[in-house]
Design a protein around this ligand. Structure first.
Ligand SMILES: Cc1cc2nc3c(=O)[nH]c(=O)nc-3n(C[C@H](O)[C@H](O)[C@H](O)COP(=O)(O)OP(=O)(O)OC[C@H]3O[C@@H](n4cnc5c(N)ncnc54)[C@H](O)[C@@H]3O)c2cc1C
Length: 382
């Protein structure tokens, strides 16, 4: 029987499984030590250069959503810092890859792929998070094909240290999602400044201030007033992969819990001998596996151009991030006090696992997308 895409969503090919195992080893043995040398909250350029040298950043643009998910899941298992550094290069540079002109692509993508140029995706603002279409950063006309950007972006991962930003700005006041344009803004443009933010999430993140920053038609990504599509298209690709990041963390927490409960003496036996402990471990594995399958199915839907990508991407992100929160929390519980000690894997994962339920669309926003798609399909079927 010929193997179609629907089947590959349920079982990976042997070559894919081998690649994932190789990535997990790389993460634990080569990337983890480099991540450990980085400064908290700062871009780790040595780590990025290694990801580039290994050819992983290049794969962001040469392969599909399923490969992206496999990379994120496998790297997250052993080194969340490497996982996030890779993902942020993809998020910031995907609009350039998908919508950039020849010269924009030639200038930036090779440097993104070798890890020498740091990318960032700047959509959120103090007054426009979930309701991204309400964004207010002004792009005011300054002669034909020229604009000045004025306003603020916040919670931008890799800011203010990135080398360029995909910035979503309002070119048509009052037009909602239809009046937004995506611009590629190099970090050295006059009037662009930024500050770091100290967040619970361990990766670099900051705010950007735009004081009449000049941009031209050469900096536009895609079409003027059509930038919201650029943003949503990027999120449709990256949402399942946020789920993959979550699955990688859940699997790391599960593995640590299996090792701990099998070895820890308690009440004349091991922790695993207590039925409530064993059943919790089973529940952690059950939910992680369900999330993993849903992530692969959403990525496969993206790669095959299925019509239900927004719904599947939302479902995968929602289920996987909520599951990872449950699994990491349960892992902490089953480890006891040691897990809360600064530097313990689970103390780290406990901080990492929270933010993905908020960024790239909070869980409630994903439910909104799923319901909207369901009712649209229902209407169509009538
Ligand atoms: C670690 C981290 C990294 C980030 N990186 C980036 C980045 O690189 N680029 C970028 O542009 N942004 C980034 N963000 C911002 C992120 O996308 C926003 O935080 C997110 O969109 C939510 O916006 P908000 O925080 O303003 O919350 P709000 O929009 O104010 O929402 C607050 C809460 O209200 C509820 N809510 C909101 N909308 C609905 C709804 N429709 N239905 C029901 N309930 C709802 C939810 O519980 C939600 O969590 C990052 C955020 C974090 C925490």
């Amino acid at each position: 029987m010929e193997k179609g895409p629907a089947m590959t969503a349920f079982s990976l090919e042997p070559a894919q499984l081998a690649w994932c195992a190789e990535l997990r080893t790389l993460a634990a043995e080569r990337l983890r030590p480099l991540a450990g040398k980085g400064e908290p909250g700062r871009v780790n350029r040595a780590l990025l250069a290694e990801l580039g040298g290994l050819g992983l950043l290049g794969r962001l643009f040469s392969s599909g959503a399923l490969d992206l998910c496999l990379m994120r899941e496998s790297l997250a298992h052993g080194c969340t810092e490497a996982e996030t550094a890779l993902a942020l290069q993809g998020l910031g540079a995907h609009p350039v890859h998908a919508h950039g002109t020849g010269s924009q692509r030639a200038r930036w993508l090779p440097r993104v792929a070798d890890g020498t140029a740091v990318a960032a995706f700047a959509l959120s603002e103090p007054g426009a998070g979930s309701d991204a279409a309400a964004l207010a950063l002004r792009a005011e006309g300054d002669g034909p094909g020229h604009w000045r950007l004025t306003g603020r972006k916040c919670w931008i991962s890799n800011a203010p240290e990135a080398d360029f930003y995909t910035v979503f700005a309002r070119t048509a006041p009052g037009a909602g999602a239809r009046g937004v344009t995506a611009f590629l803004v190099p970090a050295d443009r006059p009037g662009l400044t930024g500050t770091g933010l100290d967040m619970l999430s361990p990766h670099p993140i900051g705010a950007l201030d735009f004081d009449a920053v000049p941009v031209t038609a050469d900096d536009v990504l895609g079409e003027v007033d059509r930038g919201f599509r650029v943003a949503m298209g990027t999120l449709n690709l990256f949402r399942p992969s946020v789920g993959a990041f979550a699955v990688g963390m859940a699997r790391a927490a599960l593995d640590a819990t299996l090792a701990h409960t099998a070895g820890r003496d308690a009440f004349g036996g091991k922790l695993r001998d207590l039925q409530t402990v064993a059943h919790t471990v089973a529940e952690m594995a059950l939910r992680t596996e369900a999330a993993r399958l849903m992530v692969y199915a959403a990525a496969t839907a993206y790669d095959t151009g299925a019509p239900d990508v927004p719904q599947r991407a939302a479902m995968a992100k929602l289920l996987a991030t909520e599951t990872a929160q449950y699994v990491v929390d349960s892992a902490v519980q089953l480890h006891g006090a040691g897990a809360l000690q600064r530097g313990h894997l689970l103390e780290h994962l406990y901080r990492e696992v929270r933010a993905p339920r908020i960024y790239e669309g909070a869980s409630e926003v994903q439910r909104g997308i799923i319901a909207k798609e369901l009712y649209a399909a229902h209407q169509e079927a009538r």
